[in-house]
Design a protein around this ligand. Structure first.
Ligand SMILES: Cc1cc2nc3c(=O)[nH]c(=O)nc-3n(C[C@H](O)[C@H](O)[C@H](O)COP(=O)(O)O)c2cc1C
Length: 152
């Protein structure tokens, strides 16, 4: 059924980044969406097992970095290893958004969000964030689409 759902609903591929407890981290996420226009709210669906989950609970802020069509390797780098064991941002050029969330310089765009609510949803948790800053960093490339077979 997962392959059918992934064909039925189209997602981009993002790196959700956070800074807390003296650590910076990022993880790949496909389950990201805007959920309100006014105020501008987005959600990121993150499993409690992720190190990123723990860090966002601690900081109350996160950033969403949008990948371009040629960044599959970056999606794998952030999606198949945990920040508990490696510093995934060590060799990735980045700067800090206003509330400390790392922004990947090579992303298409980013937004930084303040967590205003969380909802448990099955084996994931929805982090609802109000967008507090953001910028388009590159105009010339298209976004990376989440194609199940490309990654799993
Ligand atoms: C293409 C792709 C999409 C993913 N989407 C999500 C997602 O939406 N939510 C989630 O919790 N994990 C998702 N993951 C898994 C996490 O990125 C992965 O478990 C990561 O290693 C967690 O890192 P962390 O422990 O440093 O937080 C995805 C992985 C890949 C490769």
């Amino acid at each position: 059924m997962q392959k059918v759902i992934s064909s039925a609903i189209v997602h981009g591929v993002y790196i959700v980044t956070v800074q807390a407890q003296g650590r910076k981290n990022g993880m790949t996420a496909a389950w990201v969406s805007q959920v309100s226009f006014k105020p501008p709210l987005v959600m990121a669906s993150i499993a409690p097992a992720r190190y990123t989950y723990k860090l966002i609970k601690n900081s109350g802020y996160f950033a969403i970095n949008t990948l371009s069509e040629d960044q599959v390797m970056l999606a794998k780098h952030f999606g198949f290893q945990t920040g508990r064991k490696v510093d995934k941002l060590a060799e990735i050029e980045h700067f800090e958004a206003g509330h400390g969330s790392p922004v990947i310089k090579d992303a298409l765009a980013y937004i930084e969000c303040k967590v205003i609510d969380t909802h448990e949803a099955g084996d994931h948790t929805l982090f609802i964030g109000e967008v507090i800053e953001g910028k388009v960093l590159k105009e010339e490339k298209g976004p990376l689409l989440f194609i199940w077979e490309k990654f799993f």
